[in-house]
Design a protein around this ligand. Sequence first.
Ligand SMILES: [Zn+2]
Ligand SMILES: [Zn+2]
Length: 331
Amino acid sequence: MRAAVMTEPGSVRVGPADDPRPGPGEVTVEVALTGICGTDLHILDGEFATARFPVTPGHEVTGSVVEAGPGVTGPRPGDRVVVDPGVPCRACAWCREGRLNLCANRLAIGVSLPGGAAELVAVPAINCHVVDPAVDDRTAVLTEPLACVLHAFDLAPSPAAAEVLVYGAGTVGLLTAQMARRLGADRVTVVDPNESRLPGARKAGADEALPDARESAVDAWPLVLDASGAGPAIGDGLRRLRRGGTFVQIGVAAPTTEVPLSPYEVFAGELTIRGSMTTRDTFARAVRTLVAGAVDTSMIVGTAVPLSRYAEALDLARSGESLKVVVEPGR
Ligand SMILES: [Zn+2]
Ligand SMILES: [Zn+2]
């Protein structure tokens, strides 16, 4: 098969690789589409602490099972699946509490295990969720980011009848805006300095889409979610919480990013600042949400790029000039 490999930070190439064979409890998936997101860029830039080089990236994977290893009762060869990238140890203190996404020994497909920027990938069968035929590949490939967004809303107070401010109009921001709407938000505002993304935010259900939040009030928002990972946006968002408000960090910031924070404001306003780390018990729900047609993917997923042009696909994703870039290994 052919696969993309990040050999070390800053270096990526596509070439031949051995076909993976499924071990006990694993299946081999023939990849239909793999999404590229900011995490892949952080890995390439050497800014993702849990990455292990060399690695085949790709943690947003949809495809079809072609082979099942010993002991696998499902999914079966021929099943279309999406792959939950998280591989927890199921033994550490956090796993025993059921907080699998916080596992102290967590591995992740496409980060520390081979990922989906390849024609084939072997993954634990338990990580596969069968996809309804009514959901096409371009929608199914959004399951992982949608599961991240559903986890964030699990941690946040209900957005029902509330004003919600979202930073970032990339994939996660647009999914966040759509879910805030669906969960009954009274008003959704999306902020992104890349003005080419603002029409997509409006299409995703935002009442207003702004290049910066200056036009909106400081100290006014009960719920602010950052889907940008950008320090200036996060610092700005923290200032815009109203008393009793909650800020949720979904976007992945670089480990060196720091933002100003007023402990007095946190105290006096009883502010809540929450991190939302990938997914927990939300993958199956994300699949069902996509089956229900609750998410409009038309303003999110851009054109598919063949695997041979993986490095270009990363550059395109970094430029922010495209909708979500997806890689199609079978082309
Ligand atoms: Zn991602
Ligand atoms: Zn663990």
